[in-house]
Ligand binder design. Structure first.
Ligand code: ATM
Length: 244
């Protein structure tokens, strides 16, 4: 009986999350995604553990997906990716990356990325954080700013606003940038099949690469830059250290 009551109480407490923004006093929010208005909310489960939202970013061939999987396994976190992570997101991913389809104009490409993100945050990320589960996400907002902003030439500040609206103001706690020198990335990419965006040309990929570095430099409190040129195990150790 006592156990059942404790369990119910725990479940009720679990639907509240604590605003961790240092600039304002803690506020409890019901955990429905539609009700999140403020940025950078972290989630506390009933055991008092803070669930973390960790994002891996980077250009091509940096081993990002492998490292995201290894980190998620290490942390016991939910592993997910963008574009994707939901049925709608995976359908949009095929539409966005398939070489044989007609390429969207940059604004349409950006909006499709953001549509996938809106669905992903509401359907997967917010519920996981509300349960108290850590989330490791392979790409997020940084990719939109780097690829559609710095890469395609869309206005980065306008994109920031649209992205923040689309993701319900959910900001990652930590972003790990897997940084690989462009020459090594080109060499690795040369050996593999390229999707539509990867086929954007050397100048495009160089702008994306520089864009990621700029984003990391602008927000050093959140972004950690990891040298991705080592072996899988070496990079995995650096990634784990970066999120500790
Ligand atoms: P992966 O490389 O992680 O599978 O991502 C698929 C592509 O989606 C990647 N392009 N390449 N190559 C980056 C691209 N992308 C964007 O252009 N904008 C975004 O917002 C996201 C999440 C991904």
């Amino acid at each position: 009986m006592a156990h059942a009551v404790a369990h119910r109480l725990a479940r009720v407490l679990c639907v509240f999350r604590i605003q961790r923004d240092q600039t304002s006093s803690p506020v409890a929010h019901p955990a429905h995604p539609a009700l999140f208005a403020a940025g950078n909310l972290a989630s506390r489960n009933y055991l008092g553990t803070v669930a973390r939202f960790i994002v891996l970013e980077g250009g091509e061939a940096a081993g990002k997906s492998t490292q995201a999987a290894l980190l998620a396994e290490h942390l016991g976190a939910l592993l997910t990716r963008e574009p994707g992570g939901t049925a709608i997101g995976e359908a949009l991913r095929r539409l966005l990356l398939e070489q044989s389809l007609v390429a969207p104009v940059p604004r349409a490409e950006a909006l499709l990325m953001l549509a996938a993100r809106a669905q992903h945050v509401a359907e997967v990320i917010e519920p996981a954080l509300a349960r108290g589960d850590d989330v490791v996400c392979d790409r997020y907002s940084g990719s939109t700013l780097a690829y559609q902003g710095y890469g395609r030439g869309l206005d980065v500040d306008e994109l920031r606003g649209l992205d923040s609206w689309a993701n319900g103001h959910r900001v990652p706690d930590v972003v790990v940038l897997l940084d690989l020198p462009l020459e090594i990335a080109r060499e690795r990419l040369g050996r593999s099949h390229r999707d539509r965006i990867e086929s954007g040309g050397d100048d495009f990929l160089a702008r994306v690469h520089a864009g990621f570095r700029l984003l990391a430099a602008q927000d050093p409190r959140r972004w950690r830059v990891v040298d991705a040129s080592g072996t899988v195990n070496e990079v995995a150790a650096l990634v784990r250290k970066a999120v500790d």
